[in-house]
Design a protein around this ligand. Structure first.
Ligand code: URA
Length: 237
């Protein structure tokens, strides 16, 4: 790979900015000044240093974001803050959110540039489980638990796949629940509760394919996934 592409891929600057840095002798490869921006480097083998800081090559980046309410799950948006605006400490410019959470939904959102992993996690055939915590307007009963397990008519061609509804607490006016679904239809959780005559007043995703939201992340906070967490997601392939 060309040295200028390597540095630009790692977010050091635009292609012309990194060319300038190379010409100004701010970059070394294996301790030596490169011949020019076109010098070939081997990602993962050659040691590239820019302005005294090592620049390891990362083909893929993986972040867990606790999505806050009010921002949209998109890479760009004309009118709204996007989840990508929140990921400020990144190298790659080709990151995207894996799937969508509604603007008013909080919780676990994976951000990566690993297209194969994203495809596998979102593929309907893989039935990747997603668990949500929800607050509901109205009482949630054992009858609802049975209906969610049997499948609900949310206006699609088929009933929803069996879902595990767990009542955390419920009174005549409101309830708190955990719900695990293996599909990802538009507004699915809200539509499932609508199908039993109830409304979701708060929704937060807790986990996806075995990856759990780090409880220490406040809404808007994010961190890189650990190797173990990346491997965990790959087991759903
Ligand atoms: N289901 C919903 O209704 N909204 C979400 O954001 C995610 C799942």
């Amino acid at each position: 790979m060309r040295l200028d592409k390597y540095l630009a891929d790692m977010g050091i600057g635009t292609r012309s900015e990194v060319k300038q840095q190379i010409r100004k002798k701010q970059v070394t490869v294996n301790g030596l000044l490169p011949t020019g921006p076109q010098q070939q480097v081997e990602p993962g083998e050659d040691e590239v240093i820019c302005q005294g800081e090592a620049v390891p090559y990362m083909e893929y980046e993986y972040f867990m974001l606790n999505k806050p309410q009010g921002c949209v799950s998109a890479v760009t948006d004309r009118g709204h803050q996007t989840v990508m605006d929140l990921i400020t400490k990144k190298n790659r410019k080709d990151l995207f959110p894996v799937g969508r959470l509604d603007k008013d939904t909080e919780g676990l959102l994976l951000i990566t540039n690993d297209g194969a992993l994203s495809h596998a996690l979102l593929s309907p055939g893989k039935h990747v489980p997603k668990t949500y915590y929800a607050r509901i307007c109205g009482e949630v009963t054992q009858h609802d638990v049975t209906q969610f397990a049997q499948g609900l008519d949310i206006g699609e061609a088929k009933l929803t796949k069996p879902a595990k509804l767990e009542i955390l607490c419920s009174g005549p006016m409101a309830a708190e629940v955990k719900l695990t679904i293996t599909e990802g239809k538009f507004h699915q959780v809200k539509r499932m509760f609508q199908a039993v005559g109830k409304e979701v007043s708060f929704l937060k995703r807790l986990s996806m394919g075995g990856l759990c939201l780090d409880a220490s992340l406040q809404p808007g906070d994010y961190r890189r996934l650990t190797e173990a967490e990346i491997n965990l997601l790959y087991t759903w392939h």
